[in-house]
Design a binder for this molecule. Structure first.
Ligand code: AMP
Length: 295
């Protein structure tokens, strides 16, 4: 996959250059002058193959005349005090290469100071879906996510925004925010992109040692094996056991939730999602799989 991706970078003509803007004011000006459909893909940079897949999806959604905007911003608000904000991988030069190769028109790459006034006092909070999963183990995380995404939506006024299903809870919370705050933006979810061995691609995979990387695909295989079980309790118990058996892994959570509300699933009559977060060495990895309704 990586070899293929690198050859794509060299071979695909893409756009000649990607326009880069840093300040929210400049980004708003460019947006105001943009005609046609605008498709936004918010990212925290350190771009990889999965981001590239989202950009290509965005390119298709934008069509010939539309524009694809990518934001590259490591958002301090969504990191807890003991989390990896300072050490989060950053690769600004390669990021722009990937944007160019995928046909991105505009990269919005503000600094934290440009995005947030030092006297800021307004946040966007989602208070229902955020009580579960990552919201429970990372207090304030989704407030940071909603606040930054709302700002991006207001600055860039996209017609469509693309988010990955790897962050399933985030995708649902953004959909809810769009509905509740009446943004006229279509939110498109893109399926999880995986390495050949099943590991969901993530910027945080860079933190893994070779031993940890070798066992990391067992998170996805545990989820897949667990959803073969027939009852909610068995699914959860099997998933937790298989993850706890992974050498060096520490389970943060594994829950079966209703796909849209993120409430704990009581039965399998409605679409559900089996989601897990796992500490493996320095990395906290998340993944999830769909559990279609059963008769
Ligand atoms: P991030 O830069 O990690 O904040 O991710 C930016 C966007 O890419 C989010 O919408 C993520 O859900 C999405 N994304 C990251 N990794 C993957 C993946 N492996 N498959 C699909 N989407 C992804």
């Amino acid at each position: 996959m990586r070899g293929y991706f690198n050859s794509l970078l060299g071979a695909f003509p893409g756009r000649e250059v990607v326009k880069v803007v840093k300040s929210p004011e400049a980004a708003r000006d460019v947006r105001t002058r943009t005609r046609g459909r605008v498709v936004l893909v918010p990212t925290m940079g350190a771009l990889h193959e999965a981001h590239a897949a989202l950009f290509r999806r965005a390119r298709k959604l934008a069509g010939e005349k539309g524009k694809v905007i990518v934001s590259l911003f490591v958002n301090p608000l969504q990191f807890g005090p003991r989390e990896d904000y300072a050490g989060y991988p950053r690769s600004p030069v390669r990021d722009l290469e990937i944007c160019r190769a995928c046909g991105v028109d505009l990269a919005f790459a503000p600094t934290a100071r440009q995005m947030y006034r030092s006297d800021r006092s307004v946040f966007v909070d989602e208070i229902s879906l955020s009580r579960h999963l990552c919201g429970a183990s990372r207090p304030g995380h989704f407030s940071g996510v909603c606040t930054v995404v709302a700002k991006l939506f207001l600055i860039l006024r996209p017609d469509i925004a693309v988010f990955g299903e790897k962050d399933w809870q985030q995708l649902c919370i953004i959909r809810k925010m769009v509905k509740d705050l009446s943004f006229s933006i279509r939110v498109v979810g893109h399926p999880t992109i995986r390495e050949a061995d099943g590991l969901a691609i993530s910027s945080r995979n860079k933190y893994l040692t070779s031993e940890e990387r070798a066992v990391a695909p067992r998170i996805y295989s545990a989820l897949r094996a667990a959803i073969e079980r027939r009852r909610v309790r068995e699914i959860v118990r099997t998933g937790r056991r298989l993850i706890e058996e992974i050498p060096g892994a520490k389970l943060d959570y594994l829950e079966l939730v209703e796909a849209e509300t993120i409430e704990p699933a009581r039965d399998l009559r409605r679409p559900a999602r089996l989601a897990a977060a796992v500490f493996l060495g320095k990395a906290r990895l998340i993944d999830n799989v769909a559990v279609p309704p059963r008769a």
